[in-house]
Design a protein around this ligand. Structure first.
Ligand code: FES
Length: 114
Protein backbone atom coordinates (compact mmCIF):
# COMPACT_ATOMS: atom_id res chain seq x y z
CA UNK A 1 0.00 0.00 0.00
CA UNK A 2 1.30 3.51 -0.79
CA UNK A 3 2.60 5.65 2.03
CA UNK A 4 2.71 9.40 2.52
CA UNK A 5 5.53 10.45 4.79
CA UNK A 6 4.89 13.93 6.17
CA UNK A 7 7.59 16.28 7.42
CA UNK A 8 6.25 19.33 9.25
CA UNK A 9 8.49 22.34 8.82
CA UNK A 10 6.82 23.72 11.93
CA UNK A 11 8.73 21.17 13.98
CA UNK A 12 5.90 18.76 14.78
CA UNK A 13 7.00 15.11 14.65
CA UNK A 14 7.00 13.43 11.24
CA UNK A 15 4.00 11.29 10.40
CA UNK A 16 3.45 8.43 7.98
CA UNK A 17 0.09 7.41 6.56
CA UNK A 18 -0.41 4.14 4.71
CA UNK A 19 -3.52 3.85 2.60
CA UNK A 20 -5.28 1.85 -0.06
CA UNK A 21 -6.25 3.98 -3.08
CA UNK A 22 -9.25 1.71 -3.57
CA UNK A 23 -10.72 3.09 -0.33
CA UNK A 24 -10.76 6.74 -1.56
CA UNK A 25 -12.30 9.16 -0.89
CA UNK A 26 -11.25 9.36 2.75
CA UNK A 27 -12.68 12.82 3.46
CA UNK A 28 -14.86 15.45 1.82
CA UNK A 29 -12.11 17.70 0.52
CA UNK A 30 -9.86 17.55 -2.54
CA UNK A 31 -9.60 15.09 -5.40
CA UNK A 32 -10.42 11.57 -4.21
CA UNK A 33 -7.18 9.90 -3.13
CA UNK A 34 -5.27 13.20 -3.20
CA UNK A 35 -2.66 14.02 -0.57
CA UNK A 36 -5.22 16.27 1.15
CA UNK A 37 -7.96 13.64 1.03
CA UNK A 38 -5.69 10.91 2.41
CA UNK A 39 -4.19 13.07 5.16
CA UNK A 40 -7.49 14.48 6.40
CA UNK A 41 -9.01 11.01 6.37
CA UNK A 42 -6.15 9.81 8.57
CA UNK A 43 -6.28 12.71 11.02
CA UNK A 44 -3.21 14.52 9.71
CA UNK A 45 -3.89 18.23 9.41
CA UNK A 46 -3.26 20.09 6.17
CA UNK A 47 -4.71 23.56 5.61
CA UNK A 48 -7.40 23.67 2.91
CA UNK A 49 -9.11 27.05 2.98
CA UNK A 50 -11.03 26.58 -0.28
CA UNK A 51 -12.16 23.06 0.59
CA UNK A 52 -9.88 21.36 -1.92
CA UNK A 53 -11.20 23.15 -5.00
CA UNK A 54 -7.86 24.42 -6.37
CA UNK A 55 -8.88 27.97 -5.46
CA UNK A 56 -6.31 28.85 -2.77
CA UNK A 57 -2.76 27.75 -2.01
CA UNK A 58 -3.03 26.78 1.64
CA UNK A 59 -2.61 23.05 0.83
CA UNK A 60 0.80 23.76 -0.77
CA UNK A 61 3.28 20.97 -0.09
CA UNK A 62 6.85 20.41 -1.26
CA UNK A 63 7.64 16.95 -2.55
CA UNK A 64 10.97 15.61 -1.28
CA UNK A 65 10.74 12.08 -2.65
CA UNK A 66 8.48 10.16 -5.00
CA UNK A 67 7.49 13.00 -7.31
CA UNK A 68 7.07 10.46 -10.11
CA UNK A 69 4.46 8.67 -8.00
CA UNK A 70 2.09 11.63 -8.16
CA UNK A 71 -0.60 12.34 -10.74
CA UNK A 72 0.50 14.69 -13.49
CA UNK A 73 -0.02 18.38 -12.79
CA UNK A 74 -2.96 19.89 -14.66
CA UNK A 75 -3.15 23.48 -15.93
CA UNK A 76 -5.47 24.68 -13.16
CA UNK A 77 -3.07 23.42 -10.48
CA UNK A 78 -0.11 24.98 -12.29
CA UNK A 79 -1.90 28.34 -12.57
CA UNK A 80 -2.91 28.31 -8.92
CA UNK A 81 0.53 27.25 -7.71
CA UNK A 82 2.03 30.24 -9.50
CA UNK A 83 0.44 32.38 -6.79
CA UNK A 84 1.74 30.29 -3.86
CA UNK A 85 4.16 31.87 -1.41
CA UNK A 86 7.48 30.02 -1.29
CA UNK A 87 6.94 28.23 -4.61
CA UNK A 88 9.63 25.66 -5.47
CA UNK A 89 10.35 23.35 -8.42
CA UNK A 90 8.89 20.55 -6.30
CA UNK A 91 5.71 22.27 -5.12
CA UNK A 92 2.27 20.69 -5.52
CA UNK A 93 -1.19 21.40 -4.25
CA UNK A 94 -2.17 18.71 -1.79
CA UNK A 95 -5.79 18.77 -2.93
CA UNK A 96 -4.87 18.02 -6.56
CA UNK A 97 -1.87 15.68 -6.40
CA UNK A 98 -2.91 12.03 -6.21
CA UNK A 99 -0.20 9.60 -5.01
CA UNK A 100 0.09 6.25 -6.81
CA UNK A 101 3.07 5.14 -4.72
CA UNK A 102 5.21 6.29 -1.81
CA UNK A 103 5.87 9.99 -1.43
CA UNK A 104 7.61 12.18 1.13
CA UNK A 105 6.28 15.71 1.50
CA UNK A 106 7.12 18.76 3.52
CA UNK A 107 4.32 20.95 4.83
CA UNK A 108 5.87 24.42 4.82
CA UNK A 109 5.65 26.50 7.96
CA UNK A 110 4.14 29.46 6.15
CA UNK A 111 1.10 27.39 5.05
CA UNK A 112 -0.29 27.64 8.53
CA UNK A 113 -0.85 31.39 8.23
CA UNK A 114 -1.30 31.83 4.49
S1 FES B 1 -7.25 23.46 -0.61
FE1 FES B 1 -7.37 25.27 -1.75
S2 FES B 1 -6.13 24.84 -3.44
FE2 FES B 1 -6.00 23.03 -2.30
Amino acid sequence: MPKIHVIHESGEPDQTVEFSAADAPFSHDGEPGSILDVLLGHKVHLEHACGGKCACTTCHVIVKEGEGNLSEMQDNEMDRLDTAPGLTMHSRLGCQAVPKGDVTIVIPKFNVNS
